[in-house]
Ligand binder design. Sequence first.
Ligand code: NAI
Ligand code: MG
Length: 608
Amino acid sequence: MALPFDASRGWVGWYAWAWYVDQLRLRAYPASTRRIGLARLHASAAPPPLPACTHPLRFSTSTLVAIDRPPRLPNTGGLIHPRLEQFSSYKLQAISSNHQDSMPPSADTSSASNILAAPKRIETRLYINGEFRDAVSGKTFTLVNPATDEPVAQIAEADKEDVDAAVDAAEAAYPAWRDMDGHARAACLRKLAALIRENVDAFAYLEAVSMGRPVYNYDNDCEFAAASIEYMAGAIHHLHGETSLQSDGYLNLTLRQPFGVCAAIIPWNVPMIMFAWKLGPCLAAGNTLVLKSSEKAPLTSIKMAELIHQAGFPPGVINIIGGFGPTAGAAMAKHMKVRKIAFTGSARTGKLIQEMASQSNLKNVTLELGGKSPCVVFDDADIDAAVAGSQFSIQWNSGQICIANSRIYVHEKIAEEFTQKFVKSFGSVKIGNPLDKDTRHGPQADKLQLANIKRFLEKGKAEGGELLLGGAQVTMDGTEASGDEAKGCFVHPTVFSNVPESATIVKEEIFGPVLAINTFTSEDEVLARCNDTEYGLYAAVYTKSLDRAIKFAKGMEAGTVGVNCTSPSGLFVDMPFGGFKQSGVGRECGMDSLHHWSEVKTVAIKLS
Ligand code: NAI
Ligand code: MG
């Protein structure tokens, strides 16, 4: 076998040989697994000794890591699919012992107790110009645990003066960051990705006590965030312009250049992923950033600030603030020095941000907004796969996901079997304390979200749907809660069937574990019903017919279409994600995203 290098040449040769063999052996693993292994390999500073060759993956360097799941699992884009739940506690494992201590702590082996332990210290301040500081006003707000209604922390509350300070810091840091060699910027991003993987437990804890996310699969969010940032580190060297010789007497070219100071406003439902999707391309393109977390889930963003500090980003390149939308958020959207703003959240707030952007300096705006995603199940589909996928889609994160399939259209021939299986599976999900590693269904994010969902439940009952499951607030142990004084913000998984298409719960985003199952007979009719919405974020179809799959993939008015899979499958670091119609403007992930974070300049060079 011809090798592309000389393996007899000292450690460089052995290193290259080990890498080459890894490539051959790792081909069977999903790209995400290979990426982590190779990133660790590249990050290794000193040439490691070769370990004994007793396992295919051991014929490698001591820094190579692997995910303890078998090869050839379907790639779920970093997010766990229900049928893979047995793997949901996967851990990054060190193959050799010398780097064990730098490996991420695992969520399920840290202690004998089933309750995830709190980190030793929780930071609550703003991060501006490379320093943690209180708000100028000295104001703080109280973060409340939605599982217990108990206060968790006092969070520094940014206002306009803090936004101004953050923007000034980002402005001062911009020229040096823009001009820094791409390798150096990529190294900071890679270091940050590695630190995220080492802090999974801390992130899981902080999200659980802020917005109620169960800790059991939070490693997926961290891994997806880290992988998204790593993708952008790699993409830096692909951010190119074009050249043209098509005009006589000219050499024409385009340059891709950063905007300057950019802003990002993220939501509370999947903050780690939203943070990474904005930070990665923003910095890769050479911009500097002011990011505001959601008042409902600020702690993971502040933890990210600590890791950003540790990763060695120059002061001012990334500034993180906590605070409220109408004050700090609006100050960012209106700021005259901010040249681009990226937002994820409700369509209502997205419209306000676009308005503020145009009324100030017409800054570039990208928006990721809500959804009312349909999932169509044909009578030739694998019913069990469709039940498992679509149930996880609306149950995961207590239904607080913009891509959740909140409308299911099932062919009438299989409607009874599908619905029975769905209700059985959705009804048996374990409700409980999100810090408990066995909990699969936590509370809604806060009392406001709970109240919103309860209003939708009442509308669902009033507007003609048949209630098959749930329909009420419950306590942490899953029993029905009575009265407003009930503790926590838990909602029982809820299924309505035969709901009129005009009903509010079929039309509006609920952002809770509430589903409408309706039946259909004809392909064209169901496609029209799927598209009869102002939203267009995600759509899914389950069928074995190739013609039908392609017809729906083309015909669904949505930014992502899942064929024989549904959300959160279909989200990948290298594939664009975003919405048709009122679900958004622009795309995140992949090269598309990087293009949205850079300006194009044409340079015309006249030849004499
Ligand atoms: P929201 O859209 O108001 O909040 C998202 C972010 O925008 C937060 O960081 C918030 O502080 C900020 N914000 C709010 N008002 C602002 C303003 N005037 N100017 C600048 N920034 C502002 O969403 P909210 O109130 O937390 O949730 C309400 C509903 O929004 C949910 O029930 C759900 O339907 C939808 N939503 C959709 C999300 C998605 O991923 N598409 C994420 C979060 C919420
Ligand atoms: Mg809270």
